[in-house]
Design a protein around this ligand. Sequence first.
Ligand code: MG
Length: 394
Amino acid sequence: MLPDPLAVPSAVDTGLAPHAADPTRSRGRDHPEEAPRHRSEFQRDRDRIVHSSAFRRLEYKTQVFISHEADLFRNRLTHSLEVAQIGRSVARALRLNEDLVEAIALAHDLGHTPFGHAGQHTLNDCMRAHGGFEHNLQSLRIVDLLERHYAEFDGLNLTFETREGILKHCSTENARHLGALGQRFLERRQPTLEAQLANVADEIAYNNHDVDDGLRSGLLSLDQLMEVELFRDCLEAVRKRYPDLEPRREQHETVRRMIDTLVSDLIATSRTTLARHQPGSPDEARQAGEPMIRFSPEVARRSRGLKAFLREHLYYHHEVHGMMHKASQIIRDLFDAFDTDPRLMPEEYQRHADALTKTDPHAPHRAIADYIAGMTDRHAIREHQRLFDLGTLT
Ligand code: MG
């Protein structure tokens, strides 16, 4: 028999560290499937995520600025791509599994509501008496249940390792209902090193692109940012080397140096930590009492400084805050309307609510949360107009 030209050579992931996740030793998928022929299991996960509806909707979901405000600002899709890019670079340097990091990075924000954190807070408020709402858990719900494109299963039937990475945080209460996936929160173990990396890559990506978008929008100024050590040092290095640079280039050169500072420290510190612990397998890395993919204490302190600055000066800037105040009202109005009369939801979600009553103590409210969380910013705005703008009756 001729060799299958599409078959993956077994050495496809050689060169990986012994503690890197190995797709041939995955804990598998809930619904057993044949092994992929020309990709690894984690590549298949990544491909399913990219082909999902929830992934495409990320383009029209807010990161910090409402998605239609300006074409240049980040949205959740470009954010997820930046997380994947940073994650893959670090994974390669540390000989971790790039495909798994990429899959986790691309899926990590799938469960976000419209209007960023304001949407998440409000939906959580609305769901308080019905089990609450958490975007991280919602990302898992999307890949486990809500995507409905495959003949043999609901969701995307991803590997355990990708699902484990998507579920970054989880309350003890929720962990009890999540079987093997919830176990690590009850036993206080770490996820794979790839999941730890995707988590830090997320932080690097948003801290830096929010500085960039904040400056571009005019809501942040260079003067203000000079109080942030990480920013100040990088800007001073740029000015020393290029004293006459125009502002746009100066800004970009500064942000790229900040990313480089964080990424370089992350690689160096994680290398040292891994060399000290020498985990011989992914499971040994999971047993460690703390994450091994991390910054040095000094750079962690600087990164926290930047994060605190953004929180105070950008996320709570009165213009952003005002916009989010309105966004919260939209979410609350929609939730109340669907709660009062579920027939205001599309039939697909009415059926979803009926189906959930058999298994979910929080149905039908969970179905309303699923519907609202799945909306893009503009869908939520349009839906609000449809239900509340009396002028459109004419
Ligand atoms: Mg994120």
